[in-house]
Write a protein that binds this ligand. Structure first.
Ligand SMILES: C[S@@+](CC[C@H](N)C(=O)[O-])C[C@H]1O[C@@H](n2cnc3c(N)ncnc32)[C@H](O)[C@@H]1O
Length: 313
């Protein structure tokens, strides 16, 4: 039998230490069960973001990149052992006391220091204590997210959680042949070979705009044109439709691909009643699709139906 690397079932989705907008944690199972790939080449991710897809797919060989050099630096420092779980624990423990004492003033001090030195440890601190755990840089490339207003943020349990996330990614990175690069997607595309698989998760057109996420209609069209020329398999993640609108870009520019969709819910504000549905799409090169995800969903529905029947007996 021809063994495939993907689709694969991921029972426990792991969470990496970096948070960013558009993080695909909720879509891991959908992605890992909708793609079919033999895993003979390398997994290529030109828009790495937090790395949640990479770490959960966990290929033997990978080439991953992002123009956000600060995220890439965190992973390069982990790869070279400059950042280890114990270094992160010591750093957060020391700085948690100072944050507790001086709150916002201390957060702003670390933010200014990071904007001067680009220290990966400072970014981990900021990313985990800022407002809403986001990653945003102003037009000059300076991190500008305000404080999350929780001086007690780095409690013991929270530090342990972050340290465990660092340990999880360090163990994986050190046992794999992975290359991290801070480059534009075009450079990464030029290194794609026949047996590779390219997973694309570009920024939303005209949304979340900041120094590293300046993504225009022109960029999006270029990406679809370059992708058509790839000799290997590839897939694109993108929103498909919500209550208000359908994403015409997929129909107009990715119509050579097979579209799979998955609905998930997000909350608008704090009330449970304000729940909106979003359809996410995975547009996949036709010979690289798998139906495992749909089959799994049907199986789960059947099990639920049977359980409901038993409740009436
Ligand atoms: C939607 S996010 C990726 C999210 C990621 N899949 C995750 O789950 O965390 C898009 C990423 O593309 C990066 N990016 C924006 N423009 C880029 C470009 N021209 N080349 C490479 N990466 C770019 C951004 O820095 C951002 O990290």
């Amino acid at each position: 039998m021809n063994h495939l690397f993907l689709p694969k079932e991921i029972t426990n989705v792991g969470v990496p230490p970096v948070k960013c907008q558009g993080i695909k944690t909720k879509l891991i199972k959908f992605i890992s069960q909708s793609i079919s790939w033999n895993g003979k080449g390398k997994w290529i991710e030109p828009f790495l973001g937090s790395g949640v897809v990479l770490f959960n797919i966990c290929p033997e060989r990978a080439l991953v990149s992002d123009t956000n050099k600060h995220i890439i630096q965190i992973y390069l420092d982990i790869q070279s052992n400059k950042i280890t779980p114990s270094i992160v624990r010591d750093f957060l423990e020391e700085n948690s006391n100072k944050l507790l004492k001086d709150g916002q003033e201390y957060y702003n001090f670390i933010r200014s220091r990071f904007n001067e030195t680009g220290s990966a440890l400072d970014l981990i601190f900021l990313n985990r204590s800022c407002f809403n755990g986001i990653m945003r840089f102003n037009s000059k490339g300076k991190y500008n997210v305000p404080f999350g207003h929780k001086p007690e943020r780095f409690r013991k349990a929270y530090i342990t959680k972050i340290v465990n996330q660092i340990k999880w990614v360090s163990d994986i990175i050190r046992s794999r042949d992975w290359q991290f690069k801070a480059v534009d997607w075009r450079e990464t595309f030029s290194l794609a070979e026949e047996n590779d698989f390219v997973y694309l998760d570009p920024p939303y057109i005209g949304r979340h705009t900041d120094y590293f996420n300046n993504w225009t209609e022109r960029d999006a069209v270029d990406l679809s044109e370059y992708s058509r020329k790839l000799k290997c398999g590839y897939a694109l993640s993108m929103w498909l439709e919500n209550k208000y609108r359908k994403n015409d870009h997929i129909e107009n520019h990715w119509n050579n691909l097979e579209i799979k969709s998955f609905a998930h819910f997000y909350h608008v504000g704090s009330k449970e009643s304000l729940r909106n549905e979003m359809q996410e799409a995975l547009a996949i090169k036709p010979s690289f699709t798998s139906n495992e995800f749909e089959i799994e969903q049907l199986r789960k529905k059947e099990i639920k139906k049977t359980e409901n029947l038993f409740e009436f007996v």
